[in-house]
Write a protein that binds this ligand. Structure first.
Ligand SMILES: Cc1cc2nc3c(=O)[nH]c(=O)nc-3n(C[C@H](O)[C@H](O)[C@H](O)COP(=O)(O)OP(=O)(O)OC[C@H]3O[C@@H](n4cnc5c(N)ncnc54)[C@H](O)[C@@H]3O)c2cc1C
Ligand code: SF4
Length: 480
Protein backbone atom coordinates (compact mmCIF):
# COMPACT_ATOMS: atom_id res chain seq x y z
CA UNK A 1 0.00 0.00 0.00
CA UNK A 2 1.30 3.49 -0.95
CA UNK A 3 0.62 5.50 2.20
CA UNK A 4 -2.15 4.35 4.55
CA UNK A 5 -2.63 7.92 5.76
CA UNK A 6 -2.13 9.58 2.38
CA UNK A 7 -5.67 10.97 2.28
CA UNK A 8 -5.11 12.73 5.62
CA UNK A 9 -2.03 14.57 4.38
CA UNK A 10 -2.77 15.28 0.75
CA UNK A 11 -5.77 17.13 -0.64
CA UNK A 12 -7.35 16.24 -3.94
CA UNK A 13 -5.85 18.28 -6.72
CA UNK A 14 -7.17 18.01 -10.25
CA UNK A 15 -4.88 18.32 -13.22
CA UNK A 16 -4.59 21.80 -14.70
CA UNK A 17 -6.38 23.24 -17.67
CA UNK A 18 -4.88 25.58 -20.21
CA UNK A 19 -5.82 29.21 -19.54
CA UNK A 20 -9.21 30.22 -20.92
CA UNK A 21 -7.70 33.05 -22.99
CA UNK A 22 -5.38 30.61 -24.70
CA UNK A 23 -7.65 27.62 -25.16
CA UNK A 24 -10.68 29.35 -26.71
CA UNK A 25 -8.47 30.32 -29.63
CA UNK A 26 -7.92 26.72 -30.69
CA UNK A 27 -9.46 23.25 -30.60
CA UNK A 28 -6.63 21.48 -28.78
CA UNK A 29 -7.39 19.57 -25.60
CA UNK A 30 -8.07 21.87 -22.69
CA UNK A 31 -6.74 19.56 -19.97
CA UNK A 32 -3.01 19.26 -19.36
CA UNK A 33 -1.70 15.74 -18.87
CA UNK A 34 -0.79 15.24 -15.20
CA UNK A 35 2.90 14.85 -14.29
CA UNK A 36 3.85 11.38 -13.03
CA UNK A 37 4.83 12.70 -9.58
CA UNK A 38 1.48 14.46 -9.27
CA UNK A 39 -0.39 11.23 -10.14
CA UNK A 40 1.72 9.23 -7.68
CA UNK A 41 0.89 11.69 -4.94
CA UNK A 42 -2.81 11.74 -5.79
CA UNK A 43 -2.93 7.92 -6.00
CA UNK A 44 -1.47 7.71 -2.51
CA UNK A 45 -4.75 9.24 -1.25
CA UNK A 46 -6.49 5.96 -2.09
CA UNK A 47 -7.36 4.09 1.13
CA UNK A 48 -7.34 0.65 -0.57
CA UNK A 49 -10.78 0.09 0.91
CA UNK A 50 -11.78 -3.41 1.97
CA UNK A 51 -15.03 -2.88 0.05
CA UNK A 52 -14.00 -0.56 -2.78
CA UNK A 53 -17.15 1.19 -3.93
CA UNK A 54 -15.20 2.79 -6.80
CA UNK A 55 -14.98 -0.70 -8.30
CA UNK A 56 -18.74 -1.09 -7.88
CA UNK A 57 -19.33 2.32 -9.51
CA UNK A 58 -17.24 1.55 -12.60
CA UNK A 59 -19.24 -0.19 -15.38
CA UNK A 60 -16.00 -1.89 -16.46
CA UNK A 61 -15.18 -3.19 -12.99
CA UNK A 62 -11.75 -1.52 -13.20
CA UNK A 63 -9.28 -2.69 -10.52
CA UNK A 64 -9.04 0.81 -9.14
CA UNK A 65 -7.59 0.37 -5.62
CA UNK A 66 -5.02 -2.08 -6.96
CA UNK A 67 -3.72 0.17 -9.70
CA UNK A 68 -3.84 3.22 -7.46
CA UNK A 69 -1.51 1.38 -5.08
CA UNK A 70 0.82 0.43 -7.93
CA UNK A 71 1.04 4.02 -9.19
CA UNK A 72 1.73 5.30 -5.68
CA UNK A 73 4.65 2.88 -5.48
CA UNK A 74 5.90 3.83 -8.95
CA UNK A 75 5.07 0.36 -10.33
CA UNK A 76 3.64 1.74 -13.57
CA UNK A 77 3.92 -1.43 -15.65
CA UNK A 78 1.97 -3.43 -13.07
CA UNK A 79 -0.66 -0.69 -12.93
CA UNK A 80 -0.86 -0.81 -16.74
CA UNK A 81 -1.31 -4.60 -16.84
CA UNK A 82 -4.25 -4.35 -14.46
CA UNK A 83 -5.78 -1.36 -16.21
CA UNK A 84 -5.92 -2.99 -19.65
CA UNK A 85 -7.34 -6.19 -18.20
CA UNK A 86 -10.74 -4.47 -18.00
CA UNK A 87 -10.67 -1.58 -20.49
CA UNK A 88 -9.75 -1.55 -24.19
CA UNK A 89 -9.46 2.25 -24.39
CA UNK A 90 -8.35 3.78 -21.08
CA UNK A 91 -6.81 6.70 -22.99
CA UNK A 92 -10.36 7.63 -24.04
CA UNK A 93 -12.18 7.08 -20.74
CA UNK A 94 -9.22 8.70 -18.96
CA UNK A 95 -10.05 11.87 -20.91
CA UNK A 96 -13.84 12.00 -21.19
CA UNK A 97 -15.46 9.67 -18.69
CA UNK A 98 -17.75 11.39 -16.16
CA UNK A 99 -16.05 9.04 -13.67
CA UNK A 100 -18.96 7.26 -12.04
CA UNK A 101 -16.28 5.60 -9.88
CA UNK A 102 -15.33 8.92 -8.30
CA UNK A 103 -18.92 9.57 -7.19
CA UNK A 104 -18.79 6.15 -5.50
CA UNK A 105 -15.34 6.60 -3.91
CA UNK A 106 -15.51 6.03 -0.14
CA UNK A 107 -13.45 9.17 0.46
CA UNK A 108 -16.34 11.11 -1.08
CA UNK A 109 -18.47 10.50 2.03
CA UNK A 110 -16.75 13.28 3.96
CA UNK A 111 -13.82 14.35 1.79
CA UNK A 112 -12.98 14.73 -1.90
CA UNK A 113 -12.79 11.54 -3.97
CA UNK A 114 -9.53 10.17 -5.35
CA UNK A 115 -8.72 11.53 -8.84
CA UNK A 116 -9.41 8.10 -10.34
CA UNK A 117 -10.02 9.19 -13.94
CA UNK A 118 -6.85 11.27 -14.12
CA UNK A 119 -4.84 8.45 -12.54
CA UNK A 120 -6.15 6.12 -15.22
CA UNK A 121 -5.03 8.55 -17.90
CA UNK A 122 -1.61 8.88 -16.28
CA UNK A 123 -1.10 5.10 -16.39
CA UNK A 124 -2.05 4.64 -20.01
CA UNK A 125 -0.09 7.65 -21.28
CA UNK A 126 2.94 6.43 -19.31
CA UNK A 127 2.46 3.03 -20.97
CA UNK A 128 2.34 4.49 -24.49
CA UNK A 129 5.37 6.67 -23.78
CA UNK A 130 7.42 3.79 -22.39
CA UNK A 131 6.56 1.29 -25.13
CA UNK A 132 4.45 -1.07 -23.01
CA UNK A 133 1.76 -1.09 -25.67
CA UNK A 134 2.54 -3.27 -28.64
CA UNK A 135 0.33 -5.18 -31.07
CA UNK A 136 -0.40 -8.71 -29.85
CA UNK A 137 -2.14 -10.55 -32.70
CA UNK A 138 -3.82 -13.78 -31.62
CA UNK A 139 -1.56 -16.83 -31.94
CA UNK A 140 -4.32 -18.98 -33.41
CA UNK A 141 -7.27 -18.09 -35.61
CA UNK A 142 -10.64 -19.76 -35.03
CA UNK A 143 -11.77 -19.77 -38.66
CA UNK A 144 -14.94 -17.84 -37.68
CA UNK A 145 -15.90 -14.49 -39.23
CA UNK A 146 -17.67 -11.78 -37.28
CA UNK A 147 -19.03 -8.48 -38.58
CA UNK A 148 -19.29 -5.52 -36.24
CA UNK A 149 -21.59 -2.79 -37.54
CA UNK A 150 -20.56 0.60 -36.23
CA UNK A 151 -17.19 1.82 -35.00
CA UNK A 152 -18.13 3.71 -31.86
CA UNK A 153 -16.72 2.62 -28.50
CA UNK A 154 -19.06 -0.39 -28.21
CA UNK A 155 -18.21 -1.74 -31.68
CA UNK A 156 -14.49 -1.13 -31.16
CA UNK A 157 -14.40 -2.85 -27.76
CA UNK A 158 -16.38 -5.78 -29.14
CA UNK A 159 -14.06 -6.08 -32.16
CA UNK A 160 -10.91 -5.91 -30.00
CA UNK A 161 -12.17 -8.67 -27.70
CA UNK A 162 -13.33 -10.96 -30.51
CA UNK A 163 -10.06 -10.50 -32.38
CA UNK A 164 -8.22 -11.39 -29.18
CA UNK A 165 -10.28 -14.61 -29.10
CA UNK A 166 -8.96 -15.44 -32.59
CA UNK A 167 -11.95 -14.59 -34.78
CA UNK A 168 -11.60 -12.69 -38.04
CA UNK A 169 -13.35 -9.38 -37.31
CA UNK A 170 -14.50 -6.84 -39.88
CA UNK A 171 -15.76 -3.49 -38.56
CA UNK A 172 -18.13 -1.72 -40.96
CA UNK A 173 -18.59 2.03 -40.59
CA UNK A 174 -20.82 4.21 -42.71
CA UNK A 175 -18.91 7.40 -41.92
CA UNK A 176 -15.62 8.17 -43.64
CA UNK A 177 -13.57 7.61 -40.47
CA UNK A 178 -13.62 5.19 -37.57
CA UNK A 179 -14.72 6.20 -34.07
CA UNK A 180 -18.49 6.86 -33.92
CA UNK A 181 -19.27 9.73 -31.56
CA UNK A 182 -15.66 9.70 -30.35
CA UNK A 183 -14.71 10.92 -33.84
CA UNK A 184 -17.81 12.82 -34.90
CA UNK A 185 -19.51 14.27 -31.87
CA UNK A 186 -17.10 14.77 -28.99
CA UNK A 187 -15.11 17.93 -29.76
CA UNK A 188 -11.34 17.99 -30.16
CA UNK A 189 -10.95 20.16 -27.09
CA UNK A 190 -12.11 17.16 -25.01
CA UNK A 191 -10.57 14.42 -27.13
CA UNK A 192 -8.02 15.02 -29.87
CA UNK A 193 -8.45 12.51 -32.67
CA UNK A 194 -4.84 11.29 -32.80
CA UNK A 195 -5.75 9.47 -29.60
CA UNK A 196 -8.20 7.29 -31.56
CA UNK A 197 -5.79 6.85 -34.49
CA UNK A 198 -2.98 5.70 -32.20
CA UNK A 199 -5.19 2.90 -30.87
CA UNK A 200 -6.50 2.02 -34.36
CA UNK A 201 -2.93 1.50 -35.59
CA UNK A 202 -2.45 -1.19 -32.95
CA UNK A 203 -5.75 -2.91 -33.68
CA UNK A 204 -5.02 -2.95 -37.43
CA UNK A 205 -1.66 -4.59 -36.72
CA UNK A 206 -3.46 -7.13 -34.53
CA UNK A 207 -5.59 -8.09 -37.54
CA UNK A 208 -8.90 -6.23 -37.22
CA UNK A 209 -10.19 -5.09 -40.61
CA UNK A 210 -11.91 -1.70 -40.84
CA UNK A 211 -14.15 -0.81 -43.77
CA UNK A 212 -15.33 2.80 -43.86
CA UNK A 213 -17.96 4.46 -46.09
CA UNK A 214 -20.07 1.30 -46.00
CA UNK A 215 -23.69 1.72 -44.94
CA UNK A 216 -24.67 -1.81 -43.99
CA UNK A 217 -28.30 -2.30 -44.98
CA UNK A 218 -27.78 0.23 -47.78
CA UNK A 219 -24.54 -0.21 -49.80
CA UNK A 220 -23.98 -3.62 -48.25
CA UNK A 221 -27.25 -5.57 -48.04
CA UNK A 222 -28.28 -7.51 -44.94
CA UNK A 223 -28.38 -10.70 -47.05
CA UNK A 224 -24.61 -10.39 -47.76
CA UNK A 225 -23.96 -9.96 -44.07
CA UNK A 226 -25.85 -13.14 -43.23
CA UNK A 227 -24.06 -15.03 -46.02
CA UNK A 228 -20.50 -13.89 -45.22
CA UNK A 229 -20.36 -13.89 -41.44
CA UNK A 230 -20.89 -16.46 -38.69
CA UNK A 231 -22.09 -13.80 -36.25
CA UNK A 232 -22.90 -10.10 -36.35
CA UNK A 233 -22.79 -7.42 -33.65
CA UNK A 234 -24.95 -4.36 -34.24
CA UNK A 235 -23.21 -1.47 -32.52
CA UNK A 236 -24.78 1.25 -34.61
CA UNK A 237 -25.53 3.74 -31.83
CA UNK A 238 -28.70 5.63 -30.93
CA UNK A 239 -28.55 8.58 -33.21
CA UNK A 240 -32.10 9.62 -34.15
CA UNK A 241 -32.28 13.07 -32.53
CA UNK A 242 -35.24 14.27 -30.50
CA UNK A 243 -36.75 17.24 -32.35
CA UNK A 244 -38.54 20.34 -31.12
CA UNK A 245 -41.62 20.49 -33.31
CA UNK A 246 -42.77 23.99 -32.52
CA UNK A 247 -43.76 26.93 -34.72
CA UNK A 248 -40.85 28.23 -36.79
CA UNK A 249 -38.87 24.96 -36.70
CA UNK A 250 -38.33 25.17 -40.48
CA UNK A 251 -36.48 28.48 -40.33
CA UNK A 252 -32.88 28.56 -41.50
CA UNK A 253 -30.37 28.58 -38.66
CA UNK A 254 -31.80 25.73 -36.53
CA UNK A 255 -29.70 22.57 -36.40
CA UNK A 256 -29.30 19.36 -34.45
CA UNK A 257 -26.33 19.27 -32.08
CA UNK A 258 -24.77 16.16 -33.59
CA UNK A 259 -24.84 17.72 -37.09
CA UNK A 260 -23.19 20.86 -35.72
CA UNK A 261 -20.53 18.99 -33.74
CA UNK A 262 -19.79 16.50 -36.53
CA UNK A 263 -19.28 19.31 -38.98
CA UNK A 264 -17.09 21.23 -36.56
CA UNK A 265 -14.85 18.17 -36.06
CA UNK A 266 -14.60 17.72 -39.84
CA UNK A 267 -13.62 21.36 -40.22
CA UNK A 268 -10.96 21.05 -37.53
CA UNK A 269 -9.60 18.02 -39.42
CA UNK A 270 -9.67 20.08 -42.70
CA UNK A 271 -12.07 17.55 -44.26
CA UNK A 272 -14.49 18.64 -46.97
CA UNK A 273 -18.04 19.54 -45.94
CA UNK A 274 -21.14 18.70 -47.96
CA UNK A 275 -24.03 21.15 -47.72
CA UNK A 276 -24.53 24.28 -45.64
CA UNK A 277 -21.74 25.33 -43.29
CA UNK A 278 -23.02 25.74 -39.73
CA UNK A 279 -20.85 28.42 -38.18
CA UNK A 280 -21.31 30.44 -35.00
CA UNK A 281 -18.82 33.14 -36.03
CA UNK A 282 -20.04 36.58 -35.01
CA UNK A 283 -23.53 35.25 -34.27
CA UNK A 284 -25.85 34.99 -31.31
CA UNK A 285 -26.09 31.31 -30.44
CA UNK A 286 -28.77 29.64 -28.34
CA UNK A 287 -28.29 26.04 -27.34
CA UNK A 288 -31.47 24.26 -26.31
CA UNK A 289 -30.66 21.48 -23.86
CA UNK A 290 -28.66 21.78 -20.67
CA UNK A 291 -26.77 18.48 -20.83
CA UNK A 292 -23.28 17.43 -21.86
CA UNK A 293 -23.99 17.55 -25.59
CA UNK A 294 -25.22 21.11 -25.12
CA UNK A 295 -22.05 21.91 -23.19
CA UNK A 296 -19.94 20.61 -26.10
CA UNK A 297 -21.87 23.00 -28.36
CA UNK A 298 -21.14 25.87 -25.95
CA UNK A 299 -17.37 25.23 -26.17
CA UNK A 300 -17.54 24.84 -29.95
CA UNK A 301 -19.53 28.07 -30.43
CA UNK A 302 -16.98 29.98 -28.32
CA UNK A 303 -14.11 28.66 -30.43
CA UNK A 304 -15.92 29.56 -33.64
CA UNK A 305 -16.20 33.17 -32.40
CA UNK A 306 -19.87 33.50 -31.41
CA UNK A 307 -20.79 36.98 -30.21
CA UNK A 308 -22.97 35.47 -27.46
CA UNK A 309 -23.80 31.98 -26.25
CA UNK A 310 -26.86 31.08 -24.19
CA UNK A 311 -27.70 27.55 -23.04
CA UNK A 312 -31.25 26.90 -21.90
CA UNK A 313 -32.78 23.94 -20.14
CA UNK A 314 -36.43 23.19 -19.41
CA UNK A 315 -35.72 21.39 -16.13
CA UNK A 316 -34.99 23.34 -12.92
CA UNK A 317 -31.40 24.11 -11.92
CA UNK A 318 -30.02 21.01 -10.20
CA UNK A 319 -28.71 21.24 -6.64
CA UNK A 320 -24.98 21.88 -6.19
CA UNK A 321 -24.54 19.03 -3.71
CA UNK A 322 -26.03 15.64 -3.04
CA UNK A 323 -29.51 15.60 -1.52
CA UNK A 324 -31.28 12.90 0.48
CA UNK A 325 -32.77 11.53 -2.72
CA UNK A 326 -29.32 10.99 -4.27
CA UNK A 327 -27.11 9.67 -1.48
CA UNK A 328 -23.55 8.41 -1.76
CA UNK A 329 -22.53 6.16 -3.58
CA UNK A 330 -25.15 6.67 -6.29
CA UNK A 331 -24.45 8.89 -9.28
CA UNK A 332 -25.90 12.28 -8.29
CA UNK A 333 -27.75 14.57 -10.69
CA UNK A 334 -26.09 17.72 -9.44
CA UNK A 335 -25.08 20.92 -11.18
CA UNK A 336 -22.20 20.31 -13.58
CA UNK A 337 -20.01 23.17 -14.68
CA UNK A 338 -17.76 21.99 -17.47
CA UNK A 339 -14.62 23.56 -18.88
CA UNK A 340 -16.83 24.91 -21.69
CA UNK A 341 -19.12 26.66 -19.21
CA UNK A 342 -16.10 28.22 -17.54
CA UNK A 343 -15.20 29.78 -20.89
CA UNK A 344 -18.27 32.04 -20.89
CA UNK A 345 -21.87 32.25 -21.95
CA UNK A 346 -25.05 32.26 -19.95
CA UNK A 347 -27.13 29.36 -18.63
CA UNK A 348 -30.85 29.49 -17.91
CA UNK A 349 -32.95 26.78 -16.30
CA UNK A 350 -36.73 26.22 -16.16
CA UNK A 351 -37.12 27.74 -19.62
CA UNK A 352 -39.43 26.33 -22.27
CA UNK A 353 -38.99 27.33 -25.91
CA UNK A 354 -42.43 28.11 -27.35
CA UNK A 355 -41.64 29.36 -30.84
CA UNK A 356 -38.83 30.18 -33.25
CA UNK A 357 -39.35 33.61 -34.80
CA UNK A 358 -37.72 34.52 -38.08
CA UNK A 359 -37.29 37.22 -40.67
CA UNK A 360 -36.89 36.50 -44.38
CA UNK A 361 -36.87 32.75 -43.62
CA UNK A 362 -33.96 33.01 -41.14
CA UNK A 363 -34.08 32.60 -37.39
CA UNK A 364 -34.07 35.89 -35.45
CA UNK A 365 -35.21 35.01 -31.94
CA UNK A 366 -36.77 32.46 -29.64
CA UNK A 367 -39.98 33.01 -27.78
CA UNK A 368 -39.62 31.43 -24.34
CA UNK A 369 -41.50 31.14 -21.07
CA UNK A 370 -40.44 30.28 -17.53
CA UNK A 371 -41.87 27.06 -16.13
CA UNK A 372 -42.24 25.45 -12.73
CA UNK A 373 -42.66 21.85 -11.70
CA UNK A 374 -44.91 20.44 -9.01
CA UNK A 375 -45.95 16.87 -8.13
CA UNK A 376 -49.29 15.67 -9.45
CA UNK A 377 -51.63 15.10 -6.48
CA UNK A 378 -52.79 11.72 -7.77
CA UNK A 379 -49.66 9.98 -9.08
CA UNK A 380 -46.85 12.09 -7.59
CA UNK A 381 -45.25 12.65 -10.99
CA UNK A 382 -43.73 16.07 -11.60
CA UNK A 383 -45.86 18.24 -13.85
CA UNK A 384 -44.65 21.27 -15.73
CA UNK A 385 -46.65 24.52 -15.69
CA UNK A 386 -45.90 27.74 -17.53
CA UNK A 387 -45.60 30.75 -15.23
CA UNK A 388 -48.16 33.31 -16.47
CA UNK A 389 -46.60 36.61 -17.58
CA UNK A 390 -43.05 35.20 -17.67
CA UNK A 391 -42.73 35.12 -21.48
CA UNK A 392 -39.49 36.57 -22.85
CA UNK A 393 -37.46 36.53 -26.05
CA UNK A 394 -33.84 35.61 -26.75
CA UNK A 395 -32.20 36.91 -29.91
CA UNK A 396 -30.56 34.18 -31.96
CA UNK A 397 -28.87 33.72 -35.32
CA UNK A 398 -28.17 30.07 -34.65
CA UNK A 399 -30.17 27.63 -32.49
CA UNK A 400 -28.75 24.23 -31.70
CA UNK A 401 -31.07 21.46 -30.56
CA UNK A 402 -29.34 19.33 -27.95
CA UNK A 403 -32.42 17.71 -26.44
CA UNK A 404 -31.35 14.10 -26.62
CA UNK A 405 -31.72 11.08 -28.86
CA UNK A 406 -34.66 8.75 -29.34
CA UNK A 407 -33.34 5.38 -30.53
CA UNK A 408 -31.29 3.79 -33.33
CA UNK A 409 -32.23 4.30 -36.96
CA UNK A 410 -34.86 1.64 -37.74
CA UNK A 411 -34.91 2.10 -41.50
CA UNK A 412 -32.32 -0.03 -43.29
CA UNK A 413 -30.47 -2.73 -41.42
CA UNK A 414 -32.70 -3.15 -38.35
CA UNK A 415 -35.90 -3.42 -40.41
CA UNK A 416 -34.22 -5.49 -43.15
CA UNK A 417 -33.18 -8.01 -40.50
CA UNK A 418 -36.68 -7.86 -38.97
CA UNK A 419 -35.30 -7.33 -35.45
CA UNK A 420 -37.62 -6.91 -32.48
CA UNK A 421 -37.42 -3.57 -30.67
CA UNK A 422 -37.99 -2.80 -27.01
CA UNK A 423 -40.54 -0.26 -25.70
CA UNK A 424 -38.17 2.63 -26.32
CA UNK A 425 -37.32 1.59 -29.88
CA UNK A 426 -33.89 0.11 -29.08
CA UNK A 427 -32.81 -3.32 -30.31
CA UNK A 428 -34.27 -5.95 -27.98
CA UNK A 429 -31.87 -8.66 -26.85
CA UNK A 430 -31.93 -11.58 -24.46
CA UNK A 431 -29.60 -11.79 -21.45
CA UNK A 432 -26.80 -12.89 -23.81
CA UNK A 433 -26.99 -9.78 -25.99
CA UNK A 434 -28.58 -11.80 -28.82
CA UNK A 435 -31.35 -10.08 -30.77
CA UNK A 436 -34.58 -11.75 -31.86
CA UNK A 437 -32.61 -13.22 -34.78
CA UNK A 438 -30.11 -15.99 -33.90
CA UNK A 439 -26.48 -15.01 -34.49
CA UNK A 440 -27.28 -11.28 -34.58
CA UNK A 441 -26.17 -9.54 -31.40
CA UNK A 442 -26.44 -5.90 -30.29
CA UNK A 443 -24.36 -3.71 -28.00
CA UNK A 444 -23.98 -0.12 -26.87
CA UNK A 445 -26.41 2.72 -27.45
CA UNK A 446 -28.26 0.72 -30.13
CA UNK A 447 -29.31 -1.66 -27.33
CA UNK A 448 -29.54 0.67 -24.34
CA UNK A 449 -30.29 4.09 -25.80
CA UNK A 450 -27.85 7.03 -25.69
CA UNK A 451 -25.52 6.50 -22.74
CA UNK A 452 -21.82 6.90 -21.90
CA UNK A 453 -18.56 5.81 -23.48
CA UNK A 454 -17.61 3.66 -20.49
CA UNK A 455 -20.97 1.87 -20.66
CA UNK A 456 -20.59 1.38 -24.42
CA UNK A 457 -17.16 -0.22 -23.89
CA UNK A 458 -18.58 -2.47 -21.21
CA UNK A 459 -21.47 -3.43 -23.54
CA UNK A 460 -19.04 -4.24 -26.38
CA UNK A 461 -16.89 -6.43 -24.11
CA UNK A 462 -19.90 -8.30 -22.73
CA UNK A 463 -21.38 -8.82 -26.19
CA UNK A 464 -18.00 -10.19 -27.35
CA UNK A 465 -18.04 -12.75 -24.53
CA UNK A 466 -21.50 -13.95 -25.60
CA UNK A 467 -20.63 -13.98 -29.31
CA UNK A 468 -17.50 -16.02 -28.60
CA UNK A 469 -19.57 -18.45 -26.51
CA UNK A 470 -22.15 -18.69 -29.32
CA UNK A 471 -19.43 -19.47 -31.87
CA UNK A 472 -17.22 -21.77 -29.80
CA UNK A 473 -19.50 -23.23 -27.13
CA UNK A 474 -17.41 -21.58 -24.39
CA UNK A 475 -15.28 -18.48 -23.96
CA UNK A 476 -12.21 -17.51 -21.96
CA UNK A 477 -12.85 -13.83 -22.59
CA UNK A 478 -13.78 -11.88 -19.45
CA UNK A 479 -17.53 -11.47 -19.10
CA UNK A 480 -17.06 -7.67 -18.67
C1 LIG B 1 -22.08 15.15 -28.61
C2 LIG B 1 -21.89 14.01 -27.67
C3 LIG B 1 -20.91 14.09 -26.70
C4 LIG B 1 -20.73 13.03 -25.82
N1 LIG B 1 -19.76 13.15 -24.87
C5 LIG B 1 -19.56 12.12 -24.03
C6 LIG B 1 -18.52 12.21 -23.05
O1 LIG B 1 -17.82 13.21 -22.93
N2 LIG B 1 -18.33 11.14 -22.22
C7 LIG B 1 -19.08 10.02 -22.32
O2 LIG B 1 -18.85 9.06 -21.57
N3 LIG B 1 -20.08 9.90 -23.24
C8 LIG B 1 -20.32 10.93 -24.10
N4 LIG B 1 -21.33 10.83 -25.02
C9 LIG B 1 -22.07 9.55 -25.16
C10 LIG B 1 -21.22 8.52 -25.93
O3 LIG B 1 -20.46 9.14 -26.92
C11 LIG B 1 -22.07 7.41 -26.52
O4 LIG B 1 -22.82 6.82 -25.49
C12 LIG B 1 -21.18 6.36 -27.19
O5 LIG B 1 -20.43 6.92 -28.24
C13 LIG B 1 -22.03 5.20 -27.72
O6 LIG B 1 -21.20 4.33 -28.40
P1 LIG B 1 -21.75 3.32 -29.50
O7 LIG B 1 -20.58 2.56 -29.97
O8 LIG B 1 -22.89 2.54 -28.97
O9 LIG B 1 -22.36 4.25 -30.67
P2 LIG B 1 -21.77 5.45 -31.53
O10 LIG B 1 -20.60 6.10 -30.90
O11 LIG B 1 -22.96 6.30 -31.83
O12 LIG B 1 -21.27 4.74 -32.86
C14 LIG B 1 -22.15 4.11 -33.75
C15 LIG B 1 -21.51 4.06 -35.13
O13 LIG B 1 -22.27 3.20 -35.97
C16 LIG B 1 -22.26 3.73 -37.28
N5 LIG B 1 -23.39 3.14 -38.02
C17 LIG B 1 -24.70 3.28 -37.73
N6 LIG B 1 -25.44 2.57 -38.62
C18 LIG B 1 -24.56 1.98 -39.47
C19 LIG B 1 -24.72 1.15 -40.61
N7 LIG B 1 -25.94 0.78 -41.03
N8 LIG B 1 -23.62 0.74 -41.28
C20 LIG B 1 -22.37 1.11 -40.86
N9 LIG B 1 -22.17 1.92 -39.79
C21 LIG B 1 -23.25 2.34 -39.09
C22 LIG B 1 -22.39 5.22 -37.05
O14 LIG B 1 -21.97 5.95 -38.20
C23 LIG B 1 -21.47 5.40 -35.85
O15 LIG B 1 -20.15 5.70 -36.27
C24 LIG B 1 -21.55 11.88 -25.91
C25 LIG B 1 -22.56 11.81 -26.88
C26 LIG B 1 -22.74 12.86 -27.74
C27 LIG B 1 -23.82 12.78 -28.78
S1 SF4 C 1 -13.31 3.86 -2.95
FE1 SF4 C 1 -11.80 5.54 -3.24
S2 SF4 C 1 -10.41 5.35 -1.51
FE2 SF4 C 1 -11.56 3.40 -1.61
S3 SF4 C 1 -10.30 2.01 -2.89
FE3 SF4 C 1 -11.68 3.08 -4.32
S4 SF4 C 1 -10.51 4.91 -5.02
FE4 SF4 C 1 -9.47 4.12 -3.16
Amino acid sequence: MGDPKGFLKIKRQNCSYRSIDERVKDFHEVAILPENEHSQEQSSRCMDCGTPFCHWGCPLGNYIPEWNQFIAEGLWEKAFTLLVATNNMPEITGRICPALCEYACVLGINDEAVTIRENELAIIEYAFKHGFIKPFPPQKRSGKNVAVIGSGPSGLACAAQLNRAGHKVVVFEKADKIGGILRYGIPYFKLEKWVIDRRLDIWKKEGIEFRVNVDVGGDYPASELLKNFDAVCLASGSRVPRDLNIKGRNLKGIHFALDYLTQSNKRVAHDSINGEIIDAKGGKVVIIGGGDTGSDCVGTAHRQGASSVVQIEVLPKPPEHRTESMPWPTYPFILKTTSSHQEGGERYWSVLTKEFIGEGGRLKKLNCVKVEFSPNKENGRLEMKEIPGSEFEIEADLAILAVGFLHPEHKGLISDLGLKLDKRGNIETDGNFMSSRPGIFAAGDARTGQSLVVKAISEGRRAAYHIDTYLMGKSWLPII
